[in-house]
Design a protein around this ligand. Structure first.
Ligand code: 7RM
Length: 637
C-alpha cells in the first residue's frame, strides 16, 4: 500500500529522503501499486522544454489499482456513499465490488459506441454516482475524460468540446441543486449546435425533465448499458499516457486544457490523500467540492478510491433545505474527514449559529480547506464551532496544474497556524523568488511562489498547446515551475499563500481569468470596452468588479445595461462568473501605448487610491478622478 507518515520525526525523515534522493523516494511509493510492468526510469525531466516523465516504461491501468488491487480485501466495503440533494430521497451506497461492476458495464458501453484508447470523452453531469462511474469507465478503456463543471454555459461547454475534439458527450436530463433544476441536456443541445463532430450523447435520467432526444445521436444511459457485461479487461496504459484533461482559467481569455497522465497522477493523489487526511481504514471521508473541478477529481474520486476509502459524494448545496445541510450529512454518515472551501465556511458563518449548535459532529477528526486563502476569523470559527476545538485544520494549497496537494499540514503531526498552509509535503521543493529572478533563501521572505523540482502529479502539457504550457509556467523564472501565486515564508519556515499575482481571480473558490470575463462583457452590443479586477469580498473571498465603457445607453438606462451585461456573462461563461459590481465609466486609465493600467483599477476596487504609484505613463489623469468619483465602494483618496 501507500506509505503513511505517523510522526513529526517521520515527516522530517521522509521529507529529507524525498529531497536528497527523489527518485528512490517515489520509487518506493510506486512499489505499493499494481503494475503490468515496472518502470524503466523513475524520472526524466527538463524544465526548459519542458518535458516531464515519471515512471517511464511502466505499464498499468489506474482502475485496476482501485479495484483489482483491493477487491479481495475490501470488495464488500462501501466505496461510494452518495447523498442526494433532497434529504428525503434515499442515500445510495456502492461497495467496491458494485462500483467495479458498474464501471465495467459502462466501459463496455463506451467500447460498443466505438470509443477507443486516447479518444476524448466530454462529461457534463451532475453530482451523481454515474459521473464517477463515467470517469472510471473512460480510464478503464484508456479514453481521456474531460469533465466540464455543470455550472458552465452552453458556450463554454462548446468551446471545451471543440478544443478537446470530443466525439461523445455524457450528460443527464437535468441536475438538482437546492430547489432548482439545471437543464443540462438543453444546454448540451445548445452547445452542440456549434460542435458538428459530436456523434453520440448519452443521457442519464435524473430529474425526469422534459427533454428532446435527437434521433440517431442521443441515447438514454439506462438503454445503453442494457445487457452489457460486468467484466471488462483493463486497457494496458503507458505510465505517461493521458488520463484526463481539465480546463482551467489563465490570464488570457482562452481556458487551458490541463493534461494529467496516468502513473504520476495515480501515485501522487493516492500518497497525498492518505497523508493529508490521515485516512484510516473504515473512516468516512467527505469532500464538498464538485467533481467538475480538480479537487473533485483528485479528492473525491481518484485519491480516496485508490486507497480503498469510503468517499462521500454530495449532490446538493450547503444552504438547502437549510444552512445546516453539511452538518446533517456529517452526522448522518458519521463523517471523519471533512474537506471544503473557505467561501462555504464564510457563507455559513453569516447564516448563524442556530444551524450548528444542535448538531453532534463528534465523528469529525480532520477538517480541511482548499481553493483560496482562509482568513483567520473563518479559520477560528471552523476550528471552534465545527471541529469543537478537537480537530486539526489542514489548509491545503495546490492547483489544477499540480494534480494534488503541495503545501499542507499533516494533521495531528505538523502544528497548524491560522491562514498558513504550513510546510511542503514530501517530494515538494517550493522556493520564493523576487522580481529579479533571485531565489530568496532563509526565513521571513515574501515573493513569487515557484517549485524547483518535478513531482509525479504535475501537469504535463496544455492540450494542443505545449508552447503555451512552457510560456505560462516555465518561462517567467529560469528553471522553475511558476505557480502564479504570491507567498510568504515566515520565521518558522511556514508558507502562507497570499493569492494570485497574475490576472486570475478566485471567486468563491472558483478560478476565473479577468480576460475571460472581459471578453464576455465585451460581447454585449452596447459595450465599447471593459476591465475586470477582483476586490475583497467578505464571503466570496474575491468579488468581481467590472469597469465598463458603454456607447449610448439603451432604454433600460444604467440599471438595464447592468442587468444585460450580467446576462451576457451568464450566457458566455456561467452564473458564477457574473460581476458583483458594474461601474459605467467614461473611459479606462490607459498608458500612452494603450495598455489598461489595471493596477489603478485594482486600487480603486480595493477602496484605497491614496497611493496609486507611478502614473507618469498615464494618458489621461482626469479619467482616474472620474472613476474614483463614481466608484461603487468607498475609496480613500
Ligand atoms: C485546488 C484548486 C488554484 C489557485 C491557486 C491559489 C488558490 C488554492 C489555496 C489557495 C490559498 C490555499 N485548484 N488556492 N488553495 N490559496 N490557500 N489553501 O483550487 O486550479 O482551481 O485554483 O487557488 O491561488 O493558484 S485551482
Amino acid at each position: 500500500m501507500v506509505p503513511k507518515i505517523h510522526s513529526l520525526g517521520g515527516y522530517i525523515h521522509e521529507y529529507q529522503k524525498s529531497v536528497t534522493n527523489p527518485e528512490a523516494f517515489w520509487a518506493e511509493v510506486a512499489e505499493g501499486f499494481y503494475w503490468h510492468k515496472r518502470c524503466d526510469t523513475v524520472l526524466e525531466w527538463d524544465f526548459k522544454g519542458p518535458s516531464i516523465k515519471w515512471f517511464a516504461g511502466g505499464k498499468l491501468n489506474i482502475t485496476e489499482n482501485i479495484f483489482e488491487r483491493n477487491l479481495y480485501t475490501i470488495g464488500n466495503q462501501p466505496a461510494l456513499i452518495w447523498e442526494p440533494n433532497n434529504p428525503n430521497e434515499k442515500t445510495r451506497l456502492l461497495t467496491y465490488f458494485e462500483l467495479y461492476k458498474e464501471v465495467n458495464k459502462f466501459a463496455n458501453t463506451l467500447k460498443q459506441l466505438n470509443v477507443k484508447k486516447g479518444d476524448r470523452v466530454a462529461i457534463y453531469m451532475p453530482m451523481i454516482p454515474e459521473l464517477t462511474i463515467a470517469m472510471l469507465a473512460c480510464a478503464r478503456i484508456g479514453a481521456v475524460h474531460s469533465v466540464v463543471f455543470a455550472g458552465f454555459s452552453a458556450n463554454s461547454l462548446s468551446d471545451r468540446i471543440i478544443d478537446a475534439d470530443a466525439k461523445i458527450v455524457l450528460t443527464a436530463d437535468g441536475g438538482f441543486r437546492g430547489d432548482k433544476i439545471t437543464p443540462l441536456k438543453n444546454i448540451v443541445d445548445e452547445a452542440l449546435e456549434t460542435c458538428p463532430d459530436v456523434e453520440k450523447v448519452i443521457v442519464y435520467q435524473r430529474t425526469n425533465s422534459k427533454i428532446n432526444m435527437v434521433e440517431g445521436r442521443d441515447i438514454w444511459w439506462h438503454k445503453a448499458i442494457e445487457g452489457m457485461l460486468e467484466e471488462c479487461p483493463a486497457e494496458e496504459m503507458d505510465a505517461e499516457d493521458n488520463l484526463f484533461i481539465l480546463y482551467t482559467s489563465g490570464s488570457t481569455g482562452k481556458p487551458k486544457g490541463i493534461v494529467h497522465t496516468t502513473a504520476g497522477y495515480m501515485v501522487y493523489t493516492a500518497y497525498t490523500f492518505l497523508n493529508v487526511f490521515q485516512y484510516n481504514a473504515g473512516d468516512v471521508y467527505f469532500c464538498t467540492a464538485d467533481i467538475g473541478w480538480v479537487t473533485g477529481h483528485s479528492y473525491i474520486v481518484y485519491g480516496p478510491l485508490l486507497n480503498g476509502a469510503q468517499t462521500l459524494m454530495f449532490e446538493g448545496i450547503p444552504t438547502w433545505p437549510d444552512a445546516g445541510r453539511f452538518w446533517d450529512v456529517v452526522d448522518k454518515h458519521k463523517v471523519n474527514q471533512f474537506y471544503t472551501a473557505p467561501t462555504a465556511i464564510r457563507s455559513l458563518i453569516a447564516l448563524g449559529m442556530e444551524h450548528i449548535t444542535n448538531k453532534d459532529l463528534s465523528s469529525l477528526k480532520v477538517l480541511g480547506t482548499v481553493g483560496e486563502p482562509i482568513n483567520e476569523e473563518a479559520w477560528h470559527w471552523y476550528h471552534d464551532h465545527i471541529g469543537r476545538n478537537r480537530c486539526p485544520i489542514v489548509d491545503t494549497w495546490w492547483q489544477t496544474e499540480t494534480g494534488g496537494v503541495m503545501i499542507s499540514p499533516i494533521p495531528g503531526i505538523i502544528p497548524t497556524k491560522p491562514s498558513f498552509a504550513t510546510l511542503p509535503l514530501p517530494g515538494i521543493q517550493p522556493v520564493i523568488v523576487n522580481g529579479d529572478n533571485k531565489e530568496l533563501t532563509g526565513n521571513s521572505v515574501k515573493g513569487n511562489l515557484c517549485i524547483k523540482f518535478p513531482w509525479p502529479g504535475m501537469a504535463r502539457t496544455i492540450w494542443g498547446d505545449h508552447e503555451r504550457f512552457r510560456k505560462t509556467y516555465f518561462s517567467t523564472f529560469k528553471n522553475l515551475y511558476f505557480t502564479g501565486d504570491g507567498a510568504q515564508r515566515d520565521e518558522d519556515g511556514y508558507y502562507r499563500i497570499l493569492g494570485r499575482v497574475d490576472d486570475v481571480i478566485n471567486v468563491s473558490g472558483h478560478r476565473l481569468g479577468t480576460a475571460e470575463i472581459e471578453n464576455a462583457i465585451n460581447s454585449h452590443p452596447l459595450v465599447n470596452e471593459s476591465a475586470v479586477v477582483g476586490y475583497p469580498h467578505s464571503i466570496k473571498g474575491q468579488g468581481i468588479y467590472a469597469f465598463v465603457v458603454c456607447g449610448e445607453l439603451s432604454t433600460g438606462g444604467e440599471e438595464g445595461i447592468r442587468k444585460s451585461i450580467k446576462m451576457a456573462v451568464t450566457n458566455m461563461i456561467g452564473p458564477f462568473a457574473r460581476p458583483d459590481l458594474i461601474q459605467l465609466v467614461p473611459g479606462l486609465p490607459k498608458t500612452r501605448s494603450g495598455k489598461i493600467m489595471r493596477r489603478i483599477l485594482r486600487k480603486v476596487a480595493e477602496g484605497d487610491a491614496s497611493n496609486l504609484g507611478d502614473i507618469t505613463t498615464l494618458l489621461d489623469e482626469e479619467v482616474v478622478d472620474k472613476i474614483i468619483d463614481g466608484a461603487l465602494v468607498p475609496v480613500k483618496r
